[in-house]
Design a protein around this ligand. Structure first.
Ligand SMILES: Cc1ncc(COP(=O)(O)O)c(C=O)c1O
Length: 350
């Protein structure tokens, strides 16, 4: 099936803006830096998931689902956008969230966790090892109650979700032509891998010539992350009849910027957040987009790009996660030692 004929729920405001960042470019004295504003996709607080959800929810609606079942981490952006999409389409939503081993503080409503309550999702917080069994049990209970539940995998990182980024790459290629500028690299945060898979499939299918760089947000080995993305690219190619040769160097992953693990904040990430805010008035989050921006800044400083290059930073959203990180960010701004690096709600916290 061609991806253009997939059932689609119109959830995002597209195309998202492509903006040149003159002040950041001047400050870093390297390549020309641009931003693709997928933080402005227009669903809840925006972000990359809106694009994936257009196709995933399109499928759910076509299958006449009445309940969406999904989940991810405690402060998940995916959960926020999935819940928003479900509500917009008049569907019920169950969220299973994987919380810290020692439980979590129910009174600390902040960032995405606050949004999950505001949107009135049905929420369960479980220990990481109970995550999938709880999802499976939830699906069974709903079916027994006569519902037609639809399971959305974490991050929507299957071929249907990657279709959202095939579409994004189409958009970017058009914007590139409009600007009369060839983009050489795109840098973004990679987690469950669907965003990178769609971007890689798109740049290859349309021969856009943009190299896709993913900055890993978890403590995954480089090759493991590359394989994860590759699997989704191959599935995307098969499902949507895309015909190109996938080379070994088409999937580029850096895992040096994650620090101590998923959700870990480092001085490098805090610097990235502050630098983009003070030069361009754009806010990024400590978990995902700051990892990608820290990667971009470091690659500029290491002269991995030339001054002739045009580099696009894909802003994938998630800035509401700034607020649960207010303490280390305040310390960084005041030139003090960060009071903590790993948040209390992280499964790694003990
Ligand atoms: C803000 C943000 N950026 C990037 C990503 C990574 O996207 P993917 O899971 O498709 O690799 C996520 C995933 O949750 C996200 O929330």
């Amino acid at each position: 099936m061609k991806f253009s004929s997939l059932p689609r729920a119109k959830l995002a405001s597209l195309p998202t803006p492509l903006q040149y960042l003159p002040n950041l470019t001047e400050k870093l004295k390297g390549p020309k830096i641009w931003v693709k504003r997928d933080d402005l996709t227009g669903l809840a607080f925006g972000g990359n998931k809106a694009r994936k959800l257009e196709y995933l929810m399109g499928d759910a609606v076509e299958k006449k689902a009445d309940y969406i079942v999904s989940g991810a981490g405690f402060h998940s952006n995916w959960c926020t956008q999935t819940a928003a999409a479900a509500k917009k389409l008049g569907l019920k939503i169950k969220l299973v969230k994987s919380g810290p081993a020692k439980g979590y503080d129910e009174d600390t409503w902040d960032g995405n966790h606050l949004l999950h309550h505001l949107i009135r999702a049905e929420i369960s917080v479980v220990k990481p090892e109970n995550f999938m069994p709880t999802i499976e049990a939830t699906m069974e209970v709903l079916k027994k109650q006569g519902h037609n539940p639809y399971y959305m995998p974490v991050g929507g990182s299957i071929a249907l979700g990657a279709a959202g980024y095939l579409n994004a790459m189409l958009e970017l290629t058009y914007q590139m032509v409009q600007e009369g500028t060839q983009f050489d690299y795109l840098v973004h945060a990679t987690g469950s891998g669907g965003t990178q898979a769609g971007l890689v499939a798109g740049t290859k299918a349309y021969n856009s010539g943009v190299k896709i760089i993913g900055a890993a947000v978890g403590l995954t080995e480089k090759q493991v992350q590359i394989n994860k993305v590759k699997e989704i690219v191959l599935d995307t190619m098969e499902k949507f009849e895309l015909n190109f040769k996938l080379n070994n160097d088409d999937i580029i992953v850096y895992n040096e910027y994650v620090g101590g693990g998923y959700g870990f904040i480092t001085e490098q990430k805090a610097e990235a957040i502050k630098l983009l805010a003070e030069t361009e008035g754009i806010f990024i989050d400590p978990v995902y987009t700051a990892t990608a921006m820290a990667c971009l800044i470091d690659l500029v400083r290491k002269s991995e790009f030339t001054e002739k290059d045009n580099v696009v930073f894909l802003h994938t959203g998630g800035a509401v996660a700034l607020f649960p990180y207010k303490e280390p960010l305040k310390a960084y701004i005041n030139n003090e030692k960060l009071p903590w690096s790993i948040p209390s709600w992280s499964p790694q916290s003990n």
